[in-house]
Design a protein around this ligand. Structure first.
Ligand SMILES: Nc1ncnc2[nH]cnc12
Ligand SMILES: [Mn+2]
Length: 569
């Protein structure tokens, strides 16, 4: 809240009548509206820019010579849980990349812990240096066709609605529920008609898309082709170009970002882990690549800041101009988007600044309620009269999965994987202590010739998902996860060859992001030792159970046809 004294100080400093708190001296300021780059001082008082295009004095002077200033980047849709670390570790990991605002949807932890998970994220958001905002999770569980650890109806969300960190309603993933005007979905849509409702409409088009938009939904991050994105833009949707650890849509969507569309395009990551952040960066990586692909420079920076702020109603940020929030990324190069300093709410980001934050106690440390399994748990029998078996087809860089088929040998141990044809087993084991369900089927695209990979990150109900070339290794990997209280595990030859404990709700580590990135290296090496061909196998396993992403998914209740929105008969 700005006091009269502080506002007076801002006004006086803006006129140069008294020194600012911070002055960034002689920096190349990029105007994301006109594209002009002007060498100037930027004067800051508290969390606000008070002066540009003039010379200023300040208590602290940052030398901006030879560098450039752009508005801080806004990640418009992400699940912080997918970073595999706590929100405060996410803050320490990602803010230095220039991401000063993050609009998260805590539906991962909410699917495990319910409202307690949302409260944990709101408490964390009040302590991060980055401005973490929360959209309230609209689909917990994502569909009625799976077992989650919790259920959130509108009555459970409304107590959070007026929290200062809450923006609106998070991704409305149950798009069939919208089109059928399901009562529970309708109640959530009605409650946010005067607010922001985030979308999630993969492959939705034509009249079905119109019906979905008629509900007042305004954004989408699930477009995976330029044609899909163009239809959604033409129908008033803002397109959030996503580049995550599995979903990599930037290359397909880059062409839609131009002078005409940039006010209705923003950037997001959805699910991005610390190893990819360390190896490639965060939104800076998307910006760098879009510019390298020939997209107009200041329109790319506009999409990353001003457009994102406008789309989500954050009226105080997105421009480097007097009166706007002092979220500033200082770059060594505009074309290359190399971030060398960041100011978040007028504070220079340093390790000492992160050290001033009050910690938040972890939650959900006993969330793994599944019992150990034996190899027999994975025996998979064919349906009566079934010759050809449906198989989930996985492709790198996509969470879309495709319906394939295979003829598989049938023995006393049930249907057998066909490693030569790259058909291995997949199972989803309910782990919230509700019913002990195990859904079983087959998957292709991992390339595994041996061993198994298991994950308690299983979007979005976060049961245990395991893929494997043999039942014994599947059991070994799953049982290690249960011992760890959640995480990732790789098993080969009956023993665990790599693991990462994720004890917070079975989703997040208690360790530093550096340690998690290091452990992910080993996990990827261990997966490659199984002949896995996917660059990011763990998140790819983690998406096999998401029944709101076409076309074929695996839940704890069985193989699910997303297009028919029902179990495979
Ligand atoms: N974590 C997630 N939950 C729902 N939809 C998604 N699409 C991509 N990531 C997702
Ligand atoms: Mn989504």
């Amino acid at each position: 809240m700005t006091s009269p004294a502080l506002l007076t100080r801002m006004i006086m400093a803006g006129q140069g009548k008294e020194p600012a708190d911070i002055v960034i001296r002689n920096i190349g300021l990029l105007d994301v509206i006109t594209g002009a780059v002007t060498t100037t001082d930027i004067a800051i008082v508290a969390d606000r820019i008070v002066g540009t295009h003039a010379r200023y004095d300040g208590k602290q002077v940052i030398d901006g010579s030879g560098r450039f200033a752009v508005p801080g980047f806004i990640d418009t849709h992400l699940h912080i849980e997918s970073s595999l670390v706590t929100p405060l570790e996410f803050d320490r990991c990602v803010l230095p990349y220039g991401v000063t605002t993050a609009l998260c949807d805590p539906h991962e932890i909410a699917n495990v812990l319910g409202a307690e998970g949302i409260r944990y994220f709101l408490d964390s958001a009040e302590r991060t240096i980055m401005d973490v905002r929360v959209n309230l999770s609209s689909c917990v569980p994502a569909t009625p066709f799976e077992t989650a650890g919790a259920r959130l109806e509108i009555e459970d969300l409304l107590p959070f609605r007026n929290h200062p960190k809450v923006v609106g309603l998070a991704e409305m993933m149950n798009f069939p529920g919208v089109l059928n005007a399901d009562p529970g979905i309708l109640a959530k849509l009605l409650a946010f008609q005067d607010g922001h409702i985030d979308g999630h409409a993969p492959l939705l088009r034509g009249e079905a898309l119109n019906g979905y938009l008629a509900a007042g939904i305004r954004t989408d991050h699930e477009a995976t082709s330029a044609a899909e994105a163009r239809e959604k833009l033409a129908k008033g949707m803002a397109i959030l170009i996503r580049e995550g650890s599995v979903s990599k849509d930037l290359k397909a969507l880059a062409e839609i970002l131009d002078e005409n569309s940039s006010s209705f395009v923003a950037l997001c990551t959805d699910d991005r882990n610390p190893l990819d952040i360390a190896e490639e960066g965060h939104l800076d990586s998307s910006i760098r690549r879009l510019i390298a692909m020939g997209r107009p420079l200041h329109h790319v920076y506009r999409a990353a800041s001003h457009s994102a702020a406008r789309i989500f109603g954050l009226r105080d940020r997105g421009l480097l101009a007097p009166g706007w929030r002092a979220d500033i990324a200082i770059l060594d190069s505009l074309e290359d988007c190399r971030v060398s300093d960041v100011l978040a709410g007028g504070r220079l980001v340093t390790p000492e600044l992160f050290a001033t934050r009050e910690m938040v106690a972890p939650v959900g440390l006993q969330s793994m309620k599944a019992k150990p399994v034996t190899a027999e748990a994975f025996v998979t029998e064919p349906k009566p009269g079934q010759n050809r078996v449906p198989v989930i087809g996985v492709r790198p860089g996509l969470i879309l999965t495709f319906r394939e088929e295979a003829s598989l040998a049938h023995t006393e141990q049930g249907l057998q994987p066909d490693l030569d044809a790259d058909v291995i087993k997949v199972a989803v084991i309910e782990r919230h202590g509700k019913n002990g369900n195990i859904g079983r089927s087959f998957v292709t695209g991992f390339g595994l010739k041996r061993g198994a990979i298991a994950s308690s990150v299983g979007h979005d109900s976060h049961n245990i998902t395991v893929v494997g070339a043999n039942d014994a290794d599947m059991a070994a990997a799953v049982n290690r996860l249960i011992e760890l209280g959640g995480g990732f595990a790789v098993a080969d030859g009956g023993r665990v060859t790599a693991e990462l404990a994720l004890p917070i709700a079975g989703l997040m580590s208690l360790e530093s992001f550096e340690q998690v990135a290091h452990d992910l290296h080993h996990l990827r090496d261990a997966a490659r030792a199984l002949d896995c061909v996917l660059p990011e196998p763990f998140l790819q396993v983690a998406f096999l159970a998401l029944p709101v992403i076409p076309h074929l998914k695996m839940t704890d209740r069985g193989l699910f046809d997303v297009d028919a929105f029902d179990f495979v008969s």
